[in-house]
Design a protein around this ligand. Structure first.
Ligand code: FES
Ligand SMILES: [Fe+2]
Length: 481
């Protein structure tokens, strides 16, 4: 089956050629060799082979890990219940009594701000017979949670404050803890993270190498402008793999290659499974013929920052610098203060994985946040969540087109958008392109033709790290509780 969205760019795809100066090991690429060691764009000191002595084994993986119920159960017991998971935004529990729900496989968690202004997380299960206490995505200004079955009641701090007809229960039934069971919670960058382990790895340790540069974005002051979720007929890992490499870009997003460097990217790896790719934007791929003229993609990027391509004399080689300079101006078109960012951050896409299941495409003007949640019972389905967040931009400005936020969407932050539940055919152009192959990869992975394995190149090293880190949990090496 051929995708109509891919067919629309056949002319660009037809110009794709072999790369003249190939690099076999992408891990050796450093975009700014002059960056001081404390710069956010400096190459971190970790090499994959130092982080994982067995990393070479992950050039192939057994595809049954995308099908197996045993693996799914193992992941629940050793991975999901032992890692820091991005549950949602602080914005959704901004005031006392505000809460949101975070579902993960068959589990459900309520994140709520108590009257004491503390954000806590609890299992979303009434301690009487287990009824889900909340079913909506979020709620505002709750005084308490009342179970819809027999009206047991819990405070926003998780205390049981009413056992209806208490006298009818034998005392020993109620002597154990009947308060809501708490889950560890931390906030950072405006996100709430939860960890179900009894004794979790300390949050600061888990994200140690990411937090110092991640915090520069100031995402605690950003707001949600789009929020959607979609069921994908694929294992959560297979789906997430598609967002952890740029190898697919020339084929899947041909419209992007005249304006983005999909090959000479910087691949950075950190302990605990986190990683990032720094993808230069406003610089065409080496896969298409080069001269110093502008192409429509580069012209579009110039226009976005208020430069008229018709009068621009810098040629193709001057586009990146011109965009960076334009954003440095105090009266820049986005109305943002870019002083926290390096020049390269002003143009580039920073594609980040926070292990185990969240990816970010970070830009000073906004972030595309994607999360992959396992299905409650079927290893061959998952939930794909997409959230777009951004700072307050000058009125009338738009987010980068690939984020799928159209001109009709209010990005001012005045309104918190409802969560859209979409079919995968409704995801818009770029996310539609990204997800188009995923069901067919899941199907094809069952084929005898695969001989049981998938194969990964150096451009897919983030995926190799992903499976190596997962296996550290599944093997017990990292399992804590
Ligand atoms: S299940 Fe909640 S009160 Fe009975
Ligand atoms: Fe993509």
């Amino acid at each position: 089956m051929t995708s109509p969205v891919i067919d629309a760019y056949n002319d660009i795809r037809a110009s794709v050629r072999r790369i003249a100066d190939p690099v076999a090991d992408c891990e050796t690429i450093v975009l700014n060799p002059d960056a001081p060691p404390d710069s956010v764009e400096a190459k971190p000191p970790y090499r994959l082979k130092d982080l994982y002595s067995n990393i070479d084994r992950y050039r192939t993986i057994a595809v049954d890990r995308w099908h197996s119920r045993e693996v799914m159960q193992d992941e629940w017991e050793k991975l999901w219940t032992d890692t820091w998971l991005m549950a949602g935004r602080v914005q959704d529990c901004a005031e006392a009594g505000d809460w949101f729900k975070f579902d993960l496989a068959a589990e459900s968690i309520i994140v709520v701000r108590g009257k004491d202004d503390v954000i806590r997380a609890f299992y979303n299960a009434c301690t009487h017979r287990g009824n889900r206490l909340v079913r909506d995505d979020w709620g505002k200004h709750f005084k308490c949670f009342t179970c819809s079955f027999h009206s047991w009641m819990y405070s926003t701090e998780g205390r049981n404050v009413r056992v209806t007809d208490r006298e009818t229960f034998a005392p020993e039934v109620l002597k154990d803890d009947i308060h809501l069971r708490e889950v560890h919670t931390r906030t950072f960058g405006g996100f709430v993270f939860v960890n179900m382990a009894d004794k979790p790895q300390p949050f600061e340790d888990y994200f140690r190498d990411v937090l110092p540069w991640w915090e520069k974005y100031g995402m605690e002051n950003w707001h949600v402008v789009r929020d959607l979720t979609c069921v994908l007929p694929a294992n959560w890992k297979l789906a997430m793999d598609a967002f952890q490499e740029t190898y697919h870009v020339h084929q899947v997003h041909p419209q992007a290659i005249p304006l983005s460097q999909d090959y000479l990217c910087q691949y950075d790896f950190y302990p605990n499974g986190h990683c990032r790719t720094l993808v230069p934007i406003a610089e065409p791929t080496p896969r298409i013929p080069a001269d110093n003229s502008l192409n429509p993609g580069l012209s579009f990027l110039l226009t976005e920052v208020g430069i008229d391509p018709a009068t621009f004399t810098g040629g193709r080689a001057g586009v990146r610098g011109a965009i960076q300079q334009a954003k440095r101006q105090p009266d820049n078109v986005f109305g943002l203060d870019y002083s926290n960012f390096t020049d390269n951050q002003l143009t580039d896409d920073w594609s980040v994985t926070l292990f185990p299941n969240t990816t970010f495409n970070l830009h000073p003007e906004g972030a595309l946040v994607m999360r992959f949640r396992p299905h409650e019972s079927d290893p061959e389905q998952c939930y794909y969540d997409v959230m777009v967040i951004c700072p307050k931009l000058k009125s009338g400005k738009q987010l980068p087109a690939y984020m799928g936020v159209g001109p009709d969407v209010d990005i001012s932050g005045a309104v918190r958008p409802a969560r859209e539940r979409l079919h995968m055919t409704e995801l818009g152009e770029v996310l539609g392109q990204d997800t188009d192959n995923i069901p067919f990869v899941q199907l094809g992975s069952h084929s005898r033709g695969m001989r049981g394995v998938a194969r990964y190149s150096a451009q897919e090293k983030r995926i190799q790290q992903f499976y190596a880190e997962i296996d550290q949990y599944l093997s017990g090496q990292k399992h804590r509780s």
